[in-house]
Ligand binder design. Structure first.
Ligand SMILES: Cc1cc2nc3c(=O)[nH]c(=O)nc-3n(C[C@H](O)[C@H](O)[C@H](O)COP(=O)(O)O)c2cc1C
Length: 176
C-alpha cells in the first residue's frame, strides 16, 4: 500500500481506553471505504407494531436454498426481535429514498410517520417505491461480537429498474 498508517489491534490489557476508542474509530472509517447499497429492514414486533432499521451489512449468502444475511447491533432497540421463524422484509432503497434511510437510522418511535407502506400477506410492511424487496423468514441467528448475524430465507421477492441509494465514506450517494 502507499504511505498510510498501519494499525495493529492490541489486547485491552496493552492499550489505554482512549487508544482502544481511537482504533475502533479508525476501523470504522476503514470499513466505510467499502461502498455498499442501503436497505431498510422492516418487520412487526411482539406487540404488532411496525419496526424498521437502516442497514448496510446486507449480503447475499446462498442461492439454493435462497438465503441472505445482515447484522444487527446489540444496541439496537430491535435486538430482541428477529427470532427464528419471524418474517421480515429487506427493502432495497432507491436513490430518492435517502430520507427513509435517515429516519430509520435514528432509534425511537414514529419511524413510519410519512412513509408509505403496504402490508405483505404475512402482514409485514413493504416500503413503497423501493428498488426491490425480499420477504424473508429468520432461518438462523448467530452472535458475532457486538452484533448478531441474521440469516433470512427468502420466501418472495420483487424488483424494479431504478438507481440505487449507496453509502460510501459516511455519505449517501447514487450511481446510474
Ligand atoms: C448507512 C447505515 C447503515 C447501517 N447499518 C447498520 C447495520 O448493518 N446493522 C445495525 O445494527 N445498524 C446499522 N446502522 C445503524 C442503525 O440504523 C441505527 O442504529 C438505528 O438507530 C437502529 O434503530 P433501532 O435502535 O430503532 O433498532 C446503520 C446506519 C446507517 C446510517
Amino acid at each position: 500500500m502507499d504511505n498510510s498508517e498501519e494499525i495493529v489491534f492490541k489486547s485491552p490489557k496493552q492499550s489505554s481506553q482512549q487508544n482502544i476508542e481511537n482504533d475502533i474509530r479508525l476501523f470504522r472509517d476503514t470499513l466505510g471505504q467499502f461502498c455498499t447499497g442501503v436497505v431498510a429492514i422492516t418487520s412487526i414486533d411482539n406487540n404488532g407494531f411496525k419496526i424498521g432499521i437502516t442497514v448496510n451489512s446486507f449480503s447475499s449468502l446462498s442461492l439454493s436454498p435462497p438465503l441472505i444475511l445482515w447484522s444487527l447491533s446489540e444496541k439496537s432497540e430491535s435486538f430482541q426481535n428477529f427470532l427464528y421463524g419471524d418474517r421480515f422484509i429487506v427493502n432495497i432503497l432507491a436513490r430518492e429514498q435517502e430520507t427513509i434511510a435517515s429516519k430509520f437510522s435514528i432509534s425511537g418511535k414514529n419511524k413510519f410517520n410519512g412513509i408509505e407502506t403496504k402490508l405483505s400477506e404475512s402482514k409485514v410492511p413493504i416500503i413503497n417505491g423501493c428498488m426491490a424487496y425480499l420477504e424473508c423468514e429468520v432461518y438462523n441467528r448467530v452472535t458475532g461480537g457486538d452484533h448478531d448475524i441474521i440469516v433470512g430465507e427468502v420466501k418472495k421477492f420483487s424488483s424494479n429498474k431504478k438507481s440505487p441509494l449507496i453509502f460510501f465514506n459516511g455519505k449517501y450517494g447514487s450511481i446510474n
